[in-house]
Design a protein around this ligand. Sequence first.
Ligand code: ZN
Length: 653
Amino acid sequence: MKVGLYLLLLYFGIVLHSCSATSTHPLHSTASLNDTIHDPHSYANFKAIKTVHLDLELDVNFQNKTIYGVARHEMKNNNASEAIFDMRNLLIQKVTTGKIGNEKEADFTIGKFDVDSILGQPLTVKVNAKTTQVNIYYQTTKGSEALDWLDTLSTSSKTKPFLYTQGQAILTRTWIPLQDSPSNRFTYNAKVKVPKDLLALMSATNPKEKNASGIYEFEMDQPIPSYLISLAVGDISYHPYTSTCGVYAEKELLDTCVYEFEELPKMISAASSLYGNYQWKQYDLLVLPYSFPFGGMENPRLTFVNPTILAGDRSLVSVIAHELAHSWSGNLLTNSTWDDFWLNEGFTVYFEQRIMEVLYGKEVADILAQIEFQELQAELKEILEGKHPEDTKLHLNLKNRNPDDGMTSVAYVKGAFFLKTLEVKVGREKLDQFLKEYFKKNMYKSVSSFSFVNELESMLLAPNKLSFDYDEWIYEKGLPSNCLIINSPRLRFMESFANRFIQGEDIFAPKISYEWLKLKNTRKKKRIEIREFFEKEEYIVQEWQTFIRTLSNKSITIPQLQYLDSVLNFSTSNNAEIASEWFVLNINCRNKVIRPNIEKFIAKVGRRKYLMPIYEALVKNPEDKVWAKNVFDKSKAYYHAVSRNSIAELFKD
Ligand SMILES: [Zn+2]
């Protein structure tokens, strides 16, 4: 997942709707949770009994914003007397055991919500040693936070509604009752009924176009963890780049998407040449409506993408490189619990930068890394001064906390810099060889920091007689002193422009000089005009970010901001990275002139990475806070719960 390196200090706010049914057949047994303690975020007893295949029957009803479902779990039973599933804010109608045609109603209980209702509730079904099939009949509720139901006006078409799911980290249990732990993998099939004018897509084999029945069937025959089950329903069209990769979007956006992601086939071959063949058969993108709270989500075979990536100049495609990289790190090989999220994300950021290096060169990859490193440093400082300084370790202990607390740049960027520093120590060739073998050997498995370190020792360090202090990186706070430092000359150049501007120099004004030319018997004066800032044809987005960030650290006046905007048009930039940083700077400097631009932006974009810093800057000043609350109230119905709940926290007194 690409969340943007925004510190998630806040839990997803939890709204309880008291919708969970209580069984009419109470089961008089105490659920033993002892065998599940290895994953602190799941109640499932999958050591005793675990799902190996899931068959879903789903009826997607847009009128009452509800999915009516049956989750048929094919299970491997190790002499269990009960099967425990995770659920949150679901209505359970009944539970049966046995195959279709031979089903028997089973006793079940629904446990209490845990403190803060992070985990939801355990659904405990009575089984016997021979039970291999458990069927749960259920429906979703308003509290099913994985689901984002968008009314027609929030879509590009403005005529058809849209639904998408976001399962990571532990939201899949809010739309499917299942054993919701990344340490368990299973295959799945689904039969999904949707309104006839809409297309359904999943992280599985997908249709290319709508059919007349509105019924779609899906198969994912490679085992995946539960958070990667995903569904999207809308008026969606498809454009293939090759027979195995393409892009889905609402048709109003499709042409823009096709241009923006044209280099996708090249990216896939670059990634495959680095880390072994792409294993998931098909790789498609689905561009979602603007309310999607993340940059991208690596649902296998069908990456979900935020439309803010559509900058018009392919400048933000590193998000695609990131999601594609997850096809190896995360999807083939998964963190066994959310305490080791860095094994998913740190590796992925490292891979992302390697893919970008193949496509755009080392200089650009270094710039990307340096920008992210700056964000890491700022966030480390904040976490070290906060309630949980231990969150700056790579391996976390998130027991009794929301796993989303671990979605910080520590997992992403400190994780990536661990590998970058290791690369310098052991050499790129050896590291690449290790990573390739490591992925091949552990395909479709879950890994912990402990098992990774064992592999690192036995496959890379010991055979080459090398040492590397991985313990300091993984188990200690902050950044180790051996961390690689990147210093891009292009970013230094932008910093110096910004500094000169703040000191009063008009960096855009031409510099005029004269030169005398000798012509036969006479001399002629030649005027030479240099526009230093505009000498270079274009700057990449990270250069602009550096320019704005340098201004943010200094004292800049409102007339200076307005002059910059008149030359560089930041306020109307199509690039959300640039626009959002510019807005924050202007809010902090109390430049209210661009409020209409800010309002337009935050009413359209639902991505939390952009919204949070803007709202956080606004709530600092009482007058801005009143204005921001008004904008939020108008926009909140459109935001996904992930963004809406985080922003709502800011307005709590
Ligand atoms: Zn990611």
